[in-house]
Ligand binder design. Structure first.
Ligand code: 8YV
Length: 323
């Protein structure tokens, strides 16, 4: 954790922060519950599972403040029932995450990882007219699945920066004025899949979005298209995706998130036409600091005695119950 954030929390609170090699611990529910004994608040980095069992084991817990925008790892209903305030970290990571999604999409389209690996392996001996020829990004149709804050930031990059016609699918449509500003057109999911040259997936994970893109959806996509997932593992069926990429029913993919990460579906690892990154879309230092600061501000408000409102609480209704 950033020293400044620890220092800020250290003013009113006793802080127990993993340090050194401990920071690389993959917390299990048991080790997390043991470490959180007696703690009033948790600043959550990464996506450890926070559920009823953890709450039952840590009855003093009053706030769980995550530095991520996605909170599918936290059982919000169980926290609310236990009177535990939960916050996430929206907005501060939107532009950085959109930058990364765009970069992954471009890397997949223009075969950047694949050609770099070829070069590093000392295999460059000739040049030919179709040498690592990929797909254009400028002017191609950008499809956005999930049109929240990050989806909109990606649409803006595509439309304004790269002259891309933008289509999107989302449960709810944006206001016409925002659609116009973004140059984005709502289409149904099947049309989105069929017409996108580059599909970027940015929907939150939930039971409803589990395998939102699986074999039947991949079958609707153009063989020349790319798919980029910066949402959550599980939104895409990684096994079906690996098969589609291997059979060249889809040209390429850019993946920052995986089902069961940090493990990866074995079928993805030896494919040349997929760019793989370890869940780092929000990882610029400036943004990670802002995410941590926001989580800390939520903790300070939730547990301090200033009466301040936690800025990005997901269940602020638990606060009056405590008074
Ligand atoms: C984080 C994320 O890297 O915000 C999210 O939902 O997936 C990422 O930005 C990570 O989960 C940080 O806690």
């Amino acid at each position: 954790m950033f020293a400044q954030v620890l220092a800020k929390l250290g003013e009113p609170f006793d802080v127990d922060a993993p340090c050194g090699t401990e920071q690389h611990i993959d917390w299990t529910p048991q080790s997390l519950a043991a470490r959180a004994q007696g703690a009033a608040g948790l600043l959550v980095a990464g996506t450890p599972r926070i559920d009823a069992a953890l709450l039952a084991a840590c009855t003093q817990l009053r706030a769980v403040c995550s530095m991520a925008v996605g909170y599918n790892n936290i059982d919000l209903a169980a926290c609310t029932a236990a009177g535990v305030l939960v916050s996430n970290a929206p907005d501060v990571l939107t532009e950085t995450t959109a930058d990364f999604g765009f970069a992954l999409m471009m890397a997949a389209a223009r075969r950047i990882s694949e050609s770099e690996q070829f070069l590093r392996a000392g295999r460059w001996s000739h040049w030919s007219y179709d040498f690592f020829a990929g797909a254009d990004v400028h002017g191609a149709t950008l499809g956005v699945l999930g049109m929240g804050r990050i989806g909109q930031a990606i649409a803006r990059r595509g439309a304004l920066g790269f002259g891309m016609p933008v289509i999107y699918h989302n449960r709810s449509r944006l206001d016409a004025a925002i659609e116009q500003q973004l140059g984005a057109r709502w289409v149904d999911k099947a049309t989105l899949l069929a017409q996108s040259d580059h599909l970027v997936i940015v929907v939150p994970y939930s039971k409803a979005s589990h395998h939102l893109v699986g074999a039947p959806e991949l079958a609707l996509m153009k063989p020349s298209a790319t798919l980029t997932n910066i949402a959550r593992g599980g939104v895409v069926d990684d096994a079906a995706l690996a098969e589609a990429l291997r059979e060249r029913r889809l040209a390429a993919a850019g993946l920052d998130v995986f089902e069961g990460e940090p493990a990866l579906h074995a079928g993805l690892l030896d494919l040349p036409n997929v760019v793989l990154t370890p869940h780092i879309a929000s990882a610029s230092l400036k943004t990670r600091r802002a995410m941590a600061e926001l989580a800390a501000d939520n903790l300070l408000a939730a547990l301090g005695d200033s009466g301040a409102k936690p800025p990005t609480a997901l269940n602020p209704e638990v606060l009056p119950l405590r008074a």
